[in-house]
Design a protein around this ligand. Structure first.
Ligand code: NAI
Ligand code: CS2
Length: 487
């Protein structure tokens, strides 16, 4: 348990009066990212500008972190890690914490229905939206959605939970809240609006109309590399802090948060703590999702196959580093609508961030949930190039790398643990197809991921098969090298 009085003197602590905070935000998904990003920004705002916007934190599935947080007065440490320096601060902006299973979902709906609550924010990973990644629409066959359609008062899914709280507030005559996704999806506000209103239309069409008219869903671009904590990271941190913090999180120093300024019931002045409030987030989102996350996924699949454990190991290999940069500049940057940003400088800054060896960001972590990530990270750009008949071999290699990875065996023949909500479907594709073109076709037939068009495109099938075969016969290191030279 974190003991504040044992922390070294240089650790920054909240000096503001925490009892003045009000629960004006409910956050769903108390994961590593939220702890290092939105909570940090709100904490900074309270510390430097006296903001009273506090958080009720909610986890729906795992309760261990919520329990640990409660045991340490809702405080935890965030450490910013650079090669040459470490900076730790205690985050104090949390006012309540709930676990959907042990506290009961009614307690969560009740917390979201308090008059002071003006914002519900979300970081529940892409799969938490119960949507079809290729279209952004609700997946009506998702088991949690099927459950929520039958049990609207005791929902299991995130869209079902938010809908239940909107319904409750409307019934009680309370003003609506804004719903702000902070997950890595393009137009994450639109996706959130889609899944919630589409669920409402199936449950209660009048509620869908109310949402259309009264609830806002600001989109955001979020950026900060926050790896999952490991035992080694906890051991090193606890030794340095002189106390154990099971809720601790470590992050790179870089922070970016671009928010669509579209809040229905007020918001914290996050711009005073480093966020950018804009009218249109999409160009920022696309830039980040394609250049950063696209190259991250490329490095994750191919780096994992090549035996690189961390992103910093990948970019220490000159061919991988050059491939990641070329992917960003030659294949992702041309697809962007971004204006007034020096994309070469942006690419250089991303590579420099990947080189941070103090951050142990595992390729195996980034490789999870590929079915939810590929569309916005690689496939949208691939389509852009197909329409123009332009060169996109690195994108194709990245997709082939994912196809090789989900085969479930690494280059030494050792099993890879596939973590993906479509894991069972992936396993069926793998079991029913030979390696090579048949495997490429079997995976391309996953319409929720690839849509209807890519499987019909002979060039896509041929080039993916080419790279898949090269990965099989020569391994990822040699193939990345060949692809750089357009082999
Ligand atoms: P994490 O694994 O630490 O936390 C994931 C959170 O999502 C947990 O609170 C978990 O309870 C919740 N969750 C997962 N599936 C859910 C479901 N089906 N229903 C309800 N809740 C569910 O992961 P982390 O690092 O916090 O990342 C979460 C998301 O934040 C990412 O998927 C991404 O969209 C976004 N993000 C993460 C960054 C990072 O570097 N870690 C940076 C930028 C964005
Ligand atoms: C990563 C991202 O896990 C992943 O898929 O690509 O979480 C990445 O660390 C962040 O988007 C950086 O902002």
């Amino acid at each position: 348990m974190l003991q504040i009085d044992r922390l070294p003197a240089e650790v920054q602590r909240p000096t503001y009066d925490r009892s003045k905070l009000k629960t004006r935000m409910v956050h769903i998904g108390f994961g590593a990212f939220h702890r290092a990003h939105q909570a940090m920004c709100s904490d900074k705002l309270a510390e430097e500008h006296g903001s009273d916007w506090g958080y009720c934190e909610v986890n729906l599935n795992s309760g261990a972190l919520i329990q640990a947080l409660r045991e340490q007065q809702l405080l935890y440490t965030l450490t910013e890690m650079a090669d040459a320096s470490l900076h730790t601060r205690v985050i104090g902006v949390i006012t309540e914490a709930l676990h959907g299973k042990s506290d009961g979902i009614e307690a969560v709906i009740n917390a979201m229905s308090q008059p002071d609550v003006a914002i519900v924010s979300i970081t529940v990973t892409e799969k938490g939206y119960c949507h079809q990644p290729a279209s952004g629409n609700l997946n009506p066959d998702h088991p949690d959605i099927l459950h929520d359609l039958q049990n609207p008062q005791t929902p299991r899914s995130v869209p079902g939970l938010i809908l239940a709280a909107i319904r409750r507030r409307q019934a009680q005559g309370l003003p609506p809240f804004s719903v702000m996704s902070c997950d890595n999806m393009p137009e994450n506000g639109h996706v959130t609006r889609n899944v919630i209103t589409q669920l409402a239309k199936r449950q209660e069409p009048a509620l869908a109309d109310y949402i259309e008219q009264h609830v806002t869903f600001p989109s955001t671009m979020v950026d900060r590399i926050v790896p999952a904590m490991t035992d080694a990271a906890f051991n090193a941190l606890n030794a340095r802090l002189g106390t154990e913090d099971p809720v601790a999180v470590e992050a790179e120093p870089f922070f970016q948060w671009v928010i669509e300024d579209n809040f229905v019931n007020g918001r914290p002045a996050w711009e005073k703590a480093g966020a950018e409030l804009v009218s249109d987030v999409l160009p920022y989102e696309e830039m980040k999702l394609r250049m950063l996350n696209g190259s991250h996924s490329f490095l994750a699949y191919l780096g994992f196959l090549a035996g690189y454990e961390h992103i910093s190991d990948c970019v220490a290999d000159p061919h991988f580093r050059a491939a990641a940069r070329s992917l960003m500049i030659d294949e992702q940057a041309p697809t962007l609508r971004t204006q007034g940003v020096d994309l070469h400088a942006y690419a250089d800054s991303l590579i420099a961030r990947y080189e941070n060896r103090a951050i142990k960001h595992r390729t195996g972590q980034i490789a999870t949930d590929g079915t939810q990530k590929l569309p916005q990270r690689m496939l949208d750009s691939l389509r852009w190039h197909l329409q123009r008949d332009s060169q996109c071999e690195l994108l194709l290699l990245g997709v082939a790398g994912w196809m090789r990875y989900v085969g479930g065996k690494d280059e030494q023949g050792q099993p890879i643990e596939i973590r993906d909500p479509m894991k069972a479907r992936l396993a069926e594709c793998v079991a029913s197809s030979e390696e090579g073109e048949a495997r490429v076709r079997a995976l391309l037939a996953l319409r929720e991921v690839f849509g209807d068009d890519l499987a019909q495109n002979a060039t896509v099938v041929a080039r993916l098969t080419h790279w898949y075969q090269q990965l099989l016969s020569q391994g990822a290191r040699a193939t990345v090298h060949h692809c750089l030279n357009r082999g």
